[in-house]
Ligand binder design. Sequence first.
Ligand SMILES: Nc1ncnc2c1ncn2[C@@H]1O[C@H](COP(=O)(O)OP(=O)(O)OP(=O)(O)O)[C@@H](O)[C@H]1O
Ligand SMILES: [Mg+2]
Length: 242
Amino acid sequence: MVDLTKRFKVGKEESITAVKKLNLEAKSGEVLGILGPNGAGKTTTLRMISTILSPSSGTAVVNGNDVRKNPLQVRQSIGYLATEMGLYERLTPVETLTFFARINGLDQGLIDSRIEEVFNILDMGDFGDRRTDKLSTGMKQKLSLARSLIHDPPILIFDEPTQGLDLMTSKTVTDYIKEFKQGGKTIILSTHIMSVAEKLCDKIAILFEGEIKAYGNLDALLERSEGSNLESLFFEVVNGES
Ligand SMILES: Nc1ncnc2c1ncn2[C@@H]1O[C@H](COP(=O)(O)OP(=O)(O)OP(=O)(O)O)[C@@H](O)[C@H]1O
Ligand SMILES: [Mg+2]
């Protein structure tokens, strides 16, 4: 990302800058974690990288494609997990995944085998044919994850991937994120959960009021912090600013 910036109008004359000139990078086989308090600009950043929002200035390059110039190519190379799930209540997981796989141009043979694969990965076989509005929060979260994975994209953008999940399911998801990383995917995620960030991320960016306050390899950042853990670093960075 280069100077990625987003301003929102909030009223007739006023605007706020939710994200200010971010410069971040994640490579294949890396997990970049974006941390920050509520309202810091994490979701806005991930939405710009995913082409859901266009930047006010600056840009991001995803898999060699600029989000401003080639949004379609960017979309094909990413899987995006949003915090608001936006699932179709009347469809079952199988129908949902079939729909999203078709949108992504997969043919029926491949769709069936991908659904089987993703069901195995996320242990979803038991509820593949249940209507989505009858699923639990964790099951819906798994379905949202499955949806972002169905076309096997090289880049995964996860906004709070473990939100609403119990400890076991959360571990399943973080284990799979590790596996995706080992498989050479690039993962950019936001989280509020320090233990998740510590376990998963190679690189961390701490965002506060739209600006990066700390950025670098997790190990290097931890060395810099007095408490040698992410939580104390987080408070040092965020309290140091307020
Ligand atoms: N569509 C919008 N219009 C106006 N302001 C917005 C819009 N979306 C986000 N904002 C503002 O931008 C800022 C950053 O919001 P964002 O959702 O990116 O934060 P976040 O870091 O994801 O927070 P959270 O941890 O609560 O999810 C906030 O001040 C928010 O009110
Ligand atoms: Mg958010």
